[in-house]
Design a protein around this ligand. Structure first.
Ligand code: RIB
Length: 302
């Protein structure tokens, strides 16, 4: 089958607890019951794309544990192609510990486990990377593996640099990026600027990067598309979020899905902000990703 979006990235099991307020350093708080929800930015983007009707594949690594079996089953249940989802022996699968507070904001600690073992050689052997219309990556796998995906992609190469990379980003990677999708924090880190707290600052910072196109996500304020000399701000529908986990992943999936079908940037981003907003109205990561019909229904009933 031909693939619209090949996702190279992480698979995690999310251990989620709802709390009134995220604890400060040194503080202990009591929360609700623990939920175990499939997550990981890579797997999330592959599943979100599949729910929206795009053909997606997952290139990544899980551990040789029960969690790895569960994470693979979740991807396959949603129709994600998993030929290049590999197993790392004697290694645990990735885990994310997530606290979600009352206003829907979260705080996440990731234990990468097998995700840290995804190598450039794995990417060279993954057929869907060279066949897909779009190759989509994040930053929960080694940076040299992201670079290998950029080098091997024949279609459009998209990088969502989340979470904000702590190591130095090779200039070659930024040069190879066709579409960069950072949030304000990730953009300020990549562009080496101070805090980005306005659309104007986001546009200015995006223009300093060598990437062909930049789509900056602005949370409740939507997103801004910067392509060549044009910059267009796309506002988001107003919602009262229950849980923002995975909203950025759903945004990336919807944007790449639209681009894979030939939509122009502004049309694809307009749909992506709707999908992102609809995702915040249901708890969890993969548990919250809507089908196209559900996007409309959730936003009408908000
Ligand atoms: O983007 C949300 C994801 O970040 C969660 O599912 C968690 O696994 C972390 O990777």
């Amino acid at each position: 089958m031909s693939i619209d979006i090949a996702v190279v990235g992480s698979c995690n099991l999310d251990l989620v607890v709802n709390v009134e307020n995220i604890p400060k350093v040194g503080q202990t708080v009591l929360g609700g019951d623990l939920s175990r929800i499939p997550g990981g930015k890579g797997a999330n983007q592959a599943v979100a794309a599949a729910r929206l009707g795009y053909r997606s594949s997952m290139i990544g690594r899980v551990g040789d544990d029960e969690t790895g079996i569960f994470l693979r089953e979740c991807l396959e249940k949603d129709g994600v192609e998993t030929t290049s989802l590999l197993v790392t022996a004697e290694t645990p699968s990735g885990i994310a510990m997530i606290a979600v507070q009352n206003d829907g904001d979260n705080s996440i600690v990731v234990s990468p486990g097998a995700n840290a073992h995804l190598t450039p050689e794995d990417i060279a052997e993954a057929q869907t990377v060279s066949n897909a219309t779009i190759v989509l990556t994040q930053a929960e796998i080694p940076i040299e593996t992201v670079l290998a995906a950029a080098r091997n992609a024949k279609g459009t190469f998209v990088w969502n640099p989340a979470p904000a990379p702590e190591e130095i980003v090779p200039l070659e990677l930024l040069d190879l990026v066709d579409v960069l999708i950072p949030n304000q924090t990730e953009l300020s880190l990549l562009a080496g600027t101070g805090a980005i707290d306005s659309v104007e600052k986001a546009v200015e910072a995006a223009r300093t990067l060598p990437c062909a196109s930049v789509v900056v996500t602005l949370g409740a304020d939507g997103a801004v598309v910067v392509v060549n000399n044009d910059a267009v701000h796309v506002p988001a529908p107003k919602v009262n979020p229950i849980d923002t986990t995975g909203a950025g992943d759903a945004f990336c999936a919807a944007l790449c899905g639209g681009l894979s079908q030939g939509s122009d940037f502004v049309a694809a981003v307009s749909e992506a902000v709707r999908v992102g907003a609809a995702t915040t109205l249901v708890a969890g990561a993969q548990s919250s990703f809507p089908t196209s019909d559900q996007v409309n229904a959730r936003l009408e009933n908000r």
